[in-house]
Design a protein around this ligand. Structure first.
Ligand SMILES: [Zn+2]
Ligand SMILES: [Zn+2]
Length: 339
C-alpha cells in the first residue's frame, strides 16, 4: 500500500518559487495508473510555465513531464500494465480521439488535449497518476535518471529532427542545432547515427556547451551569431530566442528547412524576404504523438543514445530551474524524490 502523503513541489502562481509541500498521494481513476516517481526531468517548458509564458496551467500545479517510475496501483480498465513495471510519462497526457486532428493521426495537434505537468499534475512529486494509454514501458539499459530526458528532450527533439526531412540529397547532410542543451545532446546522437554532420550554435562564449557539442561528435561549434563554415541543409532551434530565426535562415542553403523545436519563443524580429526565398522552409513542432514515443523509445537503445544528466534532490527543484535558466547545466537536470 502506498503511504497517504507524499513530498511535492507546487507552483501556486506564475512568477512564484515552487513551494515544498506534503500532498495526499493521488488515487488512480479509471484508465489511470498510480506511479511511484523515481526520477523526473526538468524541461525548458517548465520554465515557460513558471514564468507565465504558457498562460493557462491548472493551479496549484505539480510540474514535470519527463516522469520515470514504477506502477504502484491500477485503476479500473487499465490494460497492459502490472504493478512494479517501469514506465515513462511524457508531455502528452490525454487526447479526445475524436477531433479532426486525432482522426488524421495528428493527435499532437488535438483540439482538446491535456498535458502532463500543465493540465494534469506531473512528476515533481513522490507519486503521480497518469492515463495508462499515454504511458510507455521504458527500454532497459537506462538508469531511472538517465531515462528521464528521453521523454521530452528526446521525443520532441526526435520529432524536430524528423521535420527537417530525412531524404536529403547531400550525404552527409549538414544539420545546425541552435541551443545545445538537453534536447540537442540527444538529437545530435540520432543525427550522427543517421550520418549527418552537426554544427552546434551556442550563446556567445559558452565554451562549456561548445566543448560538450564537440564531445558528442559535432564537426563545428561556435556562437549563434557566427556563420558556419559550410551552408547547412537544415537547422533546428531549441533555444527560445526569436532572433535566432533569421540567423538560422541565413545559414541554410536554398530549399533548406529551419525547425523551431520549442513551445515558446521571444518575438521574431522582422527580416528581409530574400533569406526565406528560394524555397527555404520555416516551421514549428508542437507536442508529440504516441507513435513518436514508441518509435523513439525503440530506437534509443539501438544507437545507443547516452544521456548526460545532473541528478538533484526533488526539494532542489527551484535551484534546478534557476540553473537551466542561466544555461549552467551540461545535459539535463533530473529531480529525484526522497525514498
Ligand atoms: Zn483530438
Ligand atoms: Zn518538455
Amino acid at each position: 500500500m502506498p503511504p497517504k502523503l507524499m513530498q511535492a513541489m507546487v507552483l501556486d502562481r506564475a512568477g512564484a518559487k515552487l513551494r515544498e509541500a506534503e500532498l495526499p498521494v493521488p488515487v488512480p481513476g479509471p484508465n489511470q495508473i498510480l506511479i511511484k516517481v523515481a526520477a523526473c526531468g526538468v524541461c525548458r517548458t517548465d520554465l515557460h510555465i513558471v514564468d507565465g509564458e504558457l498562460a493557462h496551467p491548472k493551479l496549484p500545479l505539480v510540474l514535470g513531464h519527463e516522469i520515470v517510475g514504477r506502477v504502484e496501483a491500477l485503476g479500473q480498465s487499465v490494460e497492459g500494465f502490472t504493478p512494479g513495471m517501469r514506465v515513462g510519462v511524457p508531455w502528452l497526457g490525454y487526447t479526445d480521439g475524436t477531433c479532426t486532428y486525432c482522426r488524421e493521426d495528428r493527435e499532437n495537434l488535438c483540439d482538446h488535449p491535456r498535458f502532463t505537468g500543465y493540465d494534469i499534475d506531473g512528476g515533481y512529486a513522490g507519486y503521480t497518476v497518469a492515463d495508462a494509454r499515454y504511458a510507455f514501458p521504458l527500454p532497459e539499459g537506462y538508469g531511472d535518471a538517465e531515462a528521464a530526458p528521453l521523454l521530452c528532450a528526446g521525443l520532441i527533439g526526435y520529432r524536430s529532427l524528423k521535420m527537417t526531412g530525412d531524404k536529403l540529397a547531400r550525404i552527409p547532410s549538414r544539420l545546425g542545432i541552435y541551443g545545445f542543451g538537453a534536447a540537442a545532446h540527444i538529437v545530435a546522437q540520432v543525427a550522427r547515427h543517421q550520418g549527418r554532420e552537426i554544427y552546434a550554435f551556442t550563446r556567445e562564449g559558452d565554451r562549456a556547451a561548445q566543448e560538450f557539442a564537440l564531445s558528442l561528435g559535432a564537426v563545428w561549434a561556435g556562437s549563434s551569431e557566427e556563420r558556419p563554415p559550410q551552408q547547412l541543409d537544415a537547422a533546428i532551434i531549441f533555444a527560445s530566442v526569436g532572433a535566432l530565426v533569421p540567423l538560422a535562415l541565413k545559414a541554410v542553403r536554398k530549399g533548406g528547412v529551419v525547425v523551431c523545436g520549442g513551445i515558446h519563443m521571444s518575438d521574431i524580429p522582422s527580416f528581409p524576404y530574400d533569406i526565406l526565398w528560394e524555397e527555404r522552409v520555416l516551421r514549428s513542432v508542437a507536442n508529440l504523438t504516441r507513435a513518436d514515443a514508441r518509435e523513439f523509445l525503440a530506437l534509443a537503445p539501438t544507437i545507443p543514445i547516452k544521456t548526460t544528466v545532473v541528478p538533484m534532490k526533488l526539494e532542489r527543484a527551484n535551484e534546478a530551474l534557476k540553473r537551466l535558466r542561466k544555461g549552467e547545466l551540461t545535459g539535463a537536470a533530473v529531480l529525484v524524490p526522497d525514498g
